[in-house]
Design a protein around this ligand. Structure first.
Ligand code: KG4
Ligand code: ZN
Length: 355
């Protein structure tokens, strides 16, 4: 038996979309944690020919790789199951087949080893990440921008989340991916479109900024995507310079929408919750890897006298560290789940609030 280190050792498992991920995090008091292993296997190559995630392929790939990643993580951390305090697994929201793979594995391990099981909401993982990876503390406004989500959330404390804005149609990552697919760029489209946009003029084409200046914090990208496709079709054939201008203009329109909605959220929070005095703005999710967005959010935060925080890219995109971390914090607060919990394709973050 390996000697147990101090604090809580948590195994995290994430299989909600197209990354098979396993991590081990050691959690100490006062929101301090140490990453002992972080394994991620991206399925991008498998989904790339289809221009999007194929759920059946994703589930099968999780089945093929999850056990091996768990073994690798245990080896990295030099721990055996005698040393664990919790097994945290993403229980939703996400693709149901993938979630079931992760949960069946986590439940089997928990049953065999008697280590407590904690079902984690994937969004809570993203929401709590900056506490581990950055020198920050509650409360903050979180702009969660990924392939599946586009939300503005007030993160007040563990289990105290209020969604103040969401997309009415596509998630922002989807808006990047769909436009990139239309332009014949690779998958995932966000990073490809960003690369192309580097050489373009962001104000070459006039595209709409849906919902801008509306008195709420919601987003909408479907009309912008349609306008982009219509505009591109109207100028075909598109030469290299024009396609860079198109990509840059589209990216700028998206960023303007995100920052405008963020700005509105600050006003709304000040009005509704003056007691909170929020000073920190956090961006997370895969789209937070976009350098132009980060630059412009940084500038915007400065203007507002607030601090902009974005976790390192590998912790903005899907990973199991955030699941181990969120699960460990819940376990520290006395929570655990029975083996009867189920995977949930849909699971709003506010449903995990602690009263
Ligand atoms: O968080 P994530 O890894 O997975 C989930 O969707 O949950 O986010 C993936 C999304 C994809 O839509 C991808 O195109 C987008 O994040 N993305 C980007 C960039 N890097 C990833 N979008 C814009 N610019 C980027 N640099
Ligand atoms: Zn995610």
């Amino acid at each position: 038996m390996t000697k147990k280190n101090q604090g809580l050792n948590i195994l995290g498992i994430e299989t909600s979309c197209d990354e098979t991920a396993v991590a081990i995090v050691n959690i100490q008091e006062n929101y301090k944690g140490k990453i002992l292993s972080n394994k991620i296997l991206s399925q991008n190559k498998e989904h790339s020919p289809y221009g999007g995630v194929v759920p059946e392929i994703a589930s099968r790939s999780h089945v093929e790789h999850l056990d091996d990643l768990i073994h690798q993580a245990l080896k990295d951390a030099e721990l055996s199951f005698d040393n664990f305090d919790g097994i945290a697994v993403t229980s939703g929201p996400g693709l149901i087949g993938g979630l079931i793979v992760g949960m069946a594995t986590a439940k089997g391990l928990s049953l065999a080893t008697n280590v407590p099981l904690i079902g984690v909401n994937h969004l809570e993982g993203h929401a709590l990440t900056p506490l581990l990876t950055n020198d920050t503390s509650f409360p903050y406004i979180l702009l969660l921008v990924s392939g599946g989500h586009c939300q503005l959330i007030i993160v007040e404390a563990l289990g105290k989340y209020s969604k103040i804005g969401t997309t009415l149609d596509d998630a922002v990552g989807e808006a990047f991916d769909k436009a990139a697919k239309f332009m014949g760029l690779g998958y995932p489209g966000g990073p490809e479109l960003e690369k192309l946009a580097l050489r373009g003029n962001p104000y070459a084409f006039d595209l709409p900024r849906p919902l801008i200046d509306q008195d709420n914090c919601n987003f909408s990208f479907s009309g912008l995507k349609t306008a982009f496709i219509r505009l591109t079709r109207s100028i075909e054939p598109v030469d290299k310079k024009t396609s860079a201008d198109l990509a840059a203009s589209y990216q700028q329109a998206i960023i303007d929408c995100l920052i405008n909605r963020l700005s509105k959220s600050i006003e709304i929070v000040k009005e509704l919750r003056p007691d909170l005095k929020i000073k920190n703005l956090v961006a997370s999710g895969g789209v937070a890897a976009n350098k132009k967005l980060a630059e412009q959010m940084q500038e915007f935060s400065k203007e507002k006298n607030m601090e902009f925080i974005s976790p390192p890219i590998e912790f903005c995109t899907d990973n199991a560290v955030m699941i181990a971390w969120a699960g460990g914090l819940r376990l520290s607060a006395g929570m655990r789940d029975p083996l009867s919990i189920n995977a949930k394709a849909r699971w709003p973050l506010e449903e995990v609030n602690i009263n």
